[in-house]
Each structure stands twice: as C-alpha cells, then as structure tokens.
Design a protein around this ligand. Sequence first.
Ligand SMILES: [Fe+2]
Ligand SMILES: [Fe+2]
Length: 164
Amino acid sequence: MNSIYEYLFGDHESLDKLLREASEGNGGIDMKRYCEFRQGLLRHIGIEEKIVLPAIARLQNGRQVEVAARLRLDHGALVALLVPSPTPGIVETIRSILKAHNPLEEEEGGLYRLIDQLAGDEAESLLDRLESAPEVPALPHNDRSGILEITRRAVERAGYKPLF
Ligand SMILES: [Fe+2]
Ligand SMILES: [Fe+2]
C-alpha cells in the first residue's frame, strides 16, 4: 500500500510535469495540458484543505499544525492564479509559489510526513478518501477587467511577487 506521503508527493510530481509540458513549447501555452494542470491542482488543494488539514487537527485533539495558515494563504493565491486565462507571467508566478510551497508539505517534519505518522490504523481509510476524491468543478477562465489586479493582490497577500 502507498503511504499518504507517497500519494500526495506523486501528485506534486505529476502536476509539476503537466505545468512544464503546458509551457515548454514555443507556440505559447498548451491549453489542453494547462487545463489538466488546473483541474489537478484544484483537486489537490481540495484534498489538502478538506481532508488532510482537518484530519491532522482531529488526530491532534483539535490542535492545528502551525504551518496550516501559511499553506492556506498559498492555496488562496494559487486558486486566484487559476481564474484568469494563463499567460507566461501567470505560469511563472504559479511555478514560483509551488517551489516554495511544496517543500513545506514534503519535507521531513512537513505536512505529509505528519499525517502519515498520526494516521495509525486510519491510514488505509484516509488514503482511500484521498484516492477517491472527485474532480473539483472548475469554472471557465474569467478575464473581465480588473481580474488581474485582484489576482496580483492575492499573490502579494501571500507574500509572493506577481510576475505578470
Ligand atoms: Fe498545498
Ligand atoms: Fe500539496
């Protein structure tokens, strides 16, 4: 059986790969790949916010991990970046956030190791819930005027630099 760590770490790797593939061509952004990335990242964030963080708090008798607030801010910025149609600058900004964010979850003492340690005999049923988590319905991109400004603010609020 896979561990929860392995499942979520593998998710990071496939999302990184999709984002790389979406933006490596010379002809701009590959929208098919990008949409797979967008769907996958929304689902991944949903799993962390709705299953992993609540399970950790419950298994620690109501005590949430310190890093939870940081992770939620990052998730907010990432979700905001998925709203407008992608540009190379938006893709770069997403990449820069993931580069700082994913290690907080993957590293020794990070979120994923912690949930594995705490899960105990719940490990299998938790992993089941992760694996069977449904796709999150994604709205079409929204490019109304002012949207980029809103997106920039969400990025800055989380402490990152908007590269668009
Ligand atoms: Fe995350
Ligand atoms: Fe993650």
